[in-house]
Design a protein around this ligand. Sequence first.
Ligand code: PRX
Length: 651
Amino acid sequence: MNTNIESILNEHRVFTPAATFSGQAHVKSMEDYEAIYQKSVADPESWWAEQAGHLHWQQPWNQILDWSNPPFAQWFLGGKINVAENCLDRHVTAGKGDRIALRWEGEPGDRRDITYSQLLEMVCRAANALKAHGVQAGDRVLIYMPMIPEAAAAMLACARIGAVHSVVFGGFSATAIKDRLEDSKATAIITADGGWRRGNVVPLKANVDEALTQYDGVHTVLVVKRCGNDVTMTEGRDRWWDEECAAVAANCPAEGFDAEHPLYILYTSGSTGKPKGILHTSGGYLTGAATTFRYIFDHQDSDVFWCTADVGWVTGHSYIVYGPMANGATQVMYEGAPNTPDWDRFWKIIADHKVTVFYTAPTAIRAFIKAGDQHVDKHDLSSLRLLGSVGEPINPEAWIWYHQKIGAGRCPIVDTWWQTETGAILISPIPGATPLKPGTATRPFFGIDAAILDETGQECGPNEGGKLVIRKPWPSMLRTLWGDPERFKATYWSEYEGIYLAGDGARRDEDGYFWIVGRLDDVLNVSGHRLGTAEVESALVSHPAVAEAAVVGRPDEIKGQGVVAFVTVKTGVPTSKELALELRNHVAKEIGAIAKPDDIRFAATLPKTRSGKIMRRLLKEIVSSGEVKGDVTTLEDFNAVASLQGKGDEE
Ligand code: PRX
């Protein structure tokens, strides 16, 4: 961590937005940013209410914010809104029905352009199909889909009828689906036969079937035909999406729901083994997603926006579905892998669709750097005007490459800091205004009171490291953890009273720019995705050969962090390369390929404190430097460390 801080401290380059960009932007200068920011934090409620006013409300709110029972916020009380109506009908009514909402490209190269009118009809039919099968407002619907237009339509169909969606990333396993079904008690599922990934079919429906052998609360599974692979359809439960959608009316009235009506649950990792169901609600969430999209991506009518995230992550929720669509944006949506058929696929898509605003993750950028500039040079990227980054700190080297090679030095980069919990971007440059420094998400968004506090709750001085917090509620904040309000309070609100603890370590430089240093808890960031060490550990321990496991991260050139697992096996079990491979695959099966350990290290014992707590800090030191230099006075068994050192390269 220390070397990271130092290399960042040495980063002094500043890039100011070009006059040609600023001239046409929503916010044209730092003076304008300061003026809006000061006004917005002096009275955040009024500022956010003004933004919420850009949406269509079926009934106006009578109270902007109720914060009388922290940490349970309620925004826009008394207001009634339909999120899907805001994302679709509103644009059609305004005469923009023929505008393309999605320029979709499948991995094999097939394409579909879908207008806002067409998407509205898809959503209405799907909503009616859900209703026809008894899905009602408040019911949970699990969505497990490839990146096809129907994935967005399924989410919006739930929103239209007030059903609460719970999207599960298509790379997750049957076990992950089952866990999320059990936690959310979902009664319906929308999935597809399969999805294309690196030339192979991901067997989505088969994974759902496997999950449903262990959970019997689902009455309906709607299956989109995507790959045409063989699937088993269970009589009375499973139905084809296209047949069901064809059998119902093309119109579905958009009922207004309370502003605080639940919109979705999205599971994310925490420091215990059980994923947390982050709950977002309707009016405030949409206000946050729509407002940040407009300002941070400087949305203009002529833009073609492309966010490369999957809808299974919060980035796909807020910046593919809700933020862009609430603004009537035209977007590219791509189904497959960045290196299929070759490493130039993304650049070809940008050139073919004349993408103007491109939003991706540092891990992807590092992989592109490694693949070589020749893939970029083949394509004309001159349509681009703005670039974005999300998911982890972007290292200055990657930032400079992104700026020079992809943006030709012409495009500002918005390094956007936020979380599944925050619902929308909270710290980011405003592209026409903020002077950029590679490696920092710069300043808080309007209405956001971000700060860095020390252990005693005092605000840290310039460049002093501390804990990143948000001191005032904001509309798109999570409302609770599904079914677990106590954990919600304990995780985010117990450190400082009435203040949101993000879980990230950070510092603020002399210009007030926020530099994120990394997580403070046992959460890894692998390829921009959150992974709890405890989740991987419990997956390992569920294997019959394993007695105990401890998982730590190590720096990884492409993924940001790699996963290293220290494993002690049960007495009498022989360790081998084969067992290590088996354990890696076991984790992939239990959670998903993303969690697969890069390295399994067998150990006779794990270093523990006298109270029995595994000393992860020592394990981290061992994987990053091969030895332990830190304080070991609380260590129970010195031999445990001695035997682990020097095992650096062993699998
Ligand atoms: O540690 C921060 C990191 O990702 C975490 C949130 O992860 P997740 O909920 O999966 O959402 C990722 C996409 C919004 C944060 O606590 N993180 C995210 N964006 C950045 C970042 N760290 C530094 N800079 C960023 N721009």
